[in-house]
Design a protein around this ligand. Structure first.
Ligand code: JFZ
Length: 491
């Protein structure tokens, strides 16, 4: 009996010590009610599907497509979808009121959702992110909660529905872009509300936002996710409790829905990552128009990169002459860069005011599509290969296949691959992905004793005259992770 008491006491003391220890080691953890809901990545089937997309399409469309970055011979300097905020000093007279009446002319007679969806499919996009409402507040669906919608334009019909149906019919998953910023709603404000009136007015905006989101989720039940934007205002970032509850509500209404890191603030108004450095939301949305340099910077998180074709234009801008316009190869390279580091690349399109996708974007979609037609095996479902980036291009990995997409072809036609000796796989066979021509792999002694790599030379056929990036596929076998140069004479 005595012994039991003593043991209990000792166990009690020991667990006290353990608790003290763990609370000591956790002194850097800030207690949060509304921080990240998990520390690692999601493991469910919906997220796994998202991870396998590789390539997506973004579409920015709204009344800003009518001016297309200019009005009455004047050019707006910023991103075309921001034109409503044209500063008074340079804007045409009465600009905001002109803008706020543009919807009365929104009649996109050339809009053909099925043609858009066919083009996206042909390009190889597995998902689309479509702007239901940008910062100007104009709704491309007939929202019950405002009059500022497509229903009151000459076009009248529900554009969001047309897009959702057409893309779904092509087997493309739909994500809806939604801006929290809404320059049209009376209760919207950027600075945190202080007076009772301001608070009451902001409450109407919060309710309106919630209503619209629930409306979207209910109207378009096939949606796979919501892509939030315009969440940086102080008024919003102080609403952690409200947004957290809304996030939970939306997830309940649409089980499996994917929401990135641009929606909820934490208790201290931090966005993206909470105050403890954990990702808020299902994937990192911070790689906008930029790509992580290495796997380390991704911190092992799911991520996508949304990319404009000009430097920074999302909505239609009539002027594509004044800046560098990315080519299809620029974008294919970014696609490989993304997939090789476990991300998706989402290429933005900005249809014009009549609903047509400009010919330059069409040509890019065709170029990417032709390449994808032959090489998408190296993209869909492919991941980071666990190898250092080769100078010739990018590795991607799927099952027991390693893909090397070559952008920089060596003039001597020898791809010399440095494989760390610790790599747990061996290169068995090599072949060109297109045509399946097999290529010889030679283990190479280049006499670098202290090097931790093993080198393999793969000879490209001299008669390979391709002027596009091309893929070499390797069959991988098991290895003990001790790839010593046993072929070397000395060893
Ligand atoms: C926002 C919008 O203002 C813009 O019009 C466009 O819709 C884009 C996709 O999103 O712009 C941003 C948002 C976030 C960053 C940069 C531009 N960011 O986090 O670096």
């Amino acid at each position: 009996m005595k012994k039991t008491i003593l043991t209990t006491l000792l166990i009690g003391l020991a667990s006290l010590a353990v608790n003290a220890q763990s609370s000591l080691t956790k002194t850097d953890t800030i207690p949060l009610k509304y921080g990240a809901h998990r520390t690692g990545n999601r493991t469910d089937a919906e997220m796994e599907r998202w991870r396998s997309y590789g390539l997506g399409q973004f579409i920015h469309w709204g009344v800003y497509a009518i001016p297309g970055g200019q009005w009455q011979g004047k050019t707006y300097g910023g991103a075309a979808e921001w034109i409503r905020s044209w500063s008074k000093s340079s804007a045409p007279e009465n600009w905001t009121s002109i803008y706020d009446n543009l919807y009365k002319q929104f009649n996109p007679v050339n809009f053909d959702a099925k043609a858009w969806a066919r083009q996206a499919k042909q390009m190889g996009a597995k998902y689309v992110i479509f702007t239901t409402k940008h910062h100007d507040g104009f709704c491309l669906w007939p929202s019950k909660y405002t009059n500022y919608t497509i229903k009151n334009s000459p076009y009248k019909k529900d554009i969001v529905k047309e897009v959702v149906d057409a893309y779904n019919a092509e087997g493309i998953d739909v994500y809806l872009y939604f801006s929290i910023i809404d320059w049209n709603h009376k209760g919207y404000r950027s600075a945190a509300p202080k007076t009772a009136d301001e608070i009451a007015s902001y409450e109407t905006f919060k309710k309106f936002t919630r209503n619209q989101l629930i409306e979207l989720v209910k109207n378009y039940p096939t949606l796979r996710g919501l892509w939030f934007d315009g969440t940086w205002d102080q008024a919003w970032t102080k609403e952690a409790a409200y947004v957290d509850a809304l996030d939970k509500e939306l997830r309940k209404l649409s089980p499996g829905i994917i929401i990135g890191s641009r929606f909820r603030p934490d208790d201290y108004g931090k966005r993206g990552q909470d105050s403890n450095g954990n990702l808020i939301g299902d994937y990192e949305q911070g790689w906008e128009r930029k790509l992580p340099a290495s796997i380390e910077v991704t911190k092992g998180r799911d991520w996508d990169c949304v990319m404009t074709i000009p430097p920074n234009q999302w909505g239609y801008n009539a002027d594509w002459k004044s800046s560098y316009i990315k080519t299809d190869y620029d974008l294919i390279q970014m696609l490989l860069h993304s997939v090789s580091l476990n991300g998706n690349l989402v290429i933005n399109f900005g249809p014009d005011g009549k609903g047509a996708i400009r010919t330059e974007e069409g040509a890019i979609a065709t170029g990417i599509g032709q390449w994808m037609q032959q090489n998408s095996e190296a993209i869909y479902g492919a991941k980071y290969a666990g190898l250092p980036k080769p100078e010739y291009g990018y590795y991607t990995l799927k099952g027991d296949k390693l893909y090397l997409t070559v952008f920089n072809r060596p003039v001597n036609n020898q791809l010399r691959l440095a494989i760390p000796q610790s790599y747990k796989k061996s290169l068995q066979k090599a072949a060109l992905l297109v045509g399946n021509q097999s290529l010889e792999i030679k283990k190479t002694n280049i006499g670098i004793d202290r090097d931790s790599n093993t080198y393999f030379d793969v000879t490209l056929p001299a008669n390979l005259t391709i002027d596009k990036p091309f893929v070499v596929v390797f069959d991988l076998g098991e290895s003990n992770g001790n790839n010593k140069n046993y072929g070397d004479a000395k060893t």
